[in-house]
Design a protein around this ligand. Structure first.
Ligand code: RBF
Length: 178
């Protein structure tokens, strides 16, 4: 199946990769309130996927809302500093018809998420829909094309597992005095 035809929620299966144990992993989710009916659906998808794969939803999943997608990278940065999560998921919806700055905002947010990811070595997942119309956004937020929130959470799980795998083993810093 090509990326063009694949339902976004199909990426959340994680079966081919072997499902990592995420009970002890911490996830931060930043959600933009612009186009809220879309971003709430993205949030539901992301939370369902984290829960389905075994995240400790009460203790290890932290959700914060921001005004719009432009604020997502700063929210991600603050959450990395404050919570030291294994991954951050940024959720937003930028619709071309609604702003002449569409491309500036979308590119700025994408670049900032990538930059923050590599600078902090904490995966920052770009779960932001960038569509021409509101209808297209709804199709990708629990509609006929699945849910981008599912796909973003699955990407966060895979990258968090990689981060944990590559972290220096903590045991190494403890010395046995005996
Ligand atoms: N934020 C979004 O997440 N998606 C949008 O489609 C969107 N369109 C906007 C259109 C206009 C005219 C303005 C002023 C803001 C828009 N924003 C949108 C909000 C933006 O990301 C940010 O929150 C505000 O510009 C404040 O910095």
């Amino acid at each position: 199946m090509t990326a063009k035809t694949k339902n976004l929620s199909a990426y959340a299966e994680l079966s081919g990769e072997g499902a990592p144990d995420i009970r002890d992993m911490t996830f931060a989710v930043a959600v933009a309130d612009w186009n809220p009916e879309v971003t709430e659906a993205l949030l539901n998808g992301a939370l369902n996927t984290l829960s389905k794969h075994g995240a400790d939803m009460e203790n290890n999943v932290h959700v914060r809302h921001v005004p719009g997608s432009f604020e997502l990278p700063q929210a991600a940065s603050l959450m990395i500093e404050g919570l030291m999560p294994d991954a951050v998921i940024c959720l937003g919806c930028i619709i071309q018809g609604e702003t002449r700055h569409f491309e500036f905002i979308a590119q700025a947010v994408a670049q900032s998420c990538l930059h923050l990811s590599t600078e902090s070595n904490t995966p920052v997942i770009f779960g932001v829909l960038t569509t021409d119309t509101h209808e297209q956004a709804k199709e990708r937020a629990g509609g006929s094309h699945g849910n981008k929130g599912d796909e973003a959470a699955a990407a966060a799980i895979r990258m968090a597992a990689l981060k944990v795998e590559m972290d220096p083993i903590e045991d190494d810093i403890f010395f046995d005095n005996e």
